[in-house]
Design a protein around this ligand. Sequence first.
Ligand code: FES
Ligand code: FES
Length: 161
Amino acid sequence: MAKISLIVNGNPVTGKVEPRTLLVQFLREHLRLTGTHVGCDTSQCGACVVHLDGKAVKSCTTLAVMADGHEVKTIEGLAADGAPLHPMQEAFREHHGLQCGFCTPGMIMTAVDLVHRKGHDLSDEVIREELEGNLCRCTGYQNIVLSIAAGAKAMAKSDLA
Ligand code: FES
Ligand code: FES
């Protein structure tokens, strides 16, 4: 077993994991942060996307030991408890960017990373290209793209961006 220490959603966390434990297993099973979903386990669907040191990664293909000494943010950490939703979450709510919601945490974490990398004025084409690693089984892509474009603009005006 390996001992790991990391920051998750702003809080210091320690744990003992097997070298093969995946980051998503550590988050869901050890920390009970079940907002991060598992849709495929093979790096195809993006339901498991979290931020590792501020960058979007698929936590189903990242080992928990790789996060040792680093900072992880999950969907639960986007907006603090009791705080308003993050502008990207609010945009998904407002523009009906979800149906069953299974892909939504991964979509939102990917979208926030996209805004950090490419700014607040995102064309539909760029958003669609960047979403290639995120699949929605409900196929509601039209509203997901709309939500991300609106969320990107809203993030420019928010402290939570
Ligand atoms: Fe990680 Fe599908 S569960 S990409
Ligand atoms: Fe159902 Fe995307 S909203 S999988």
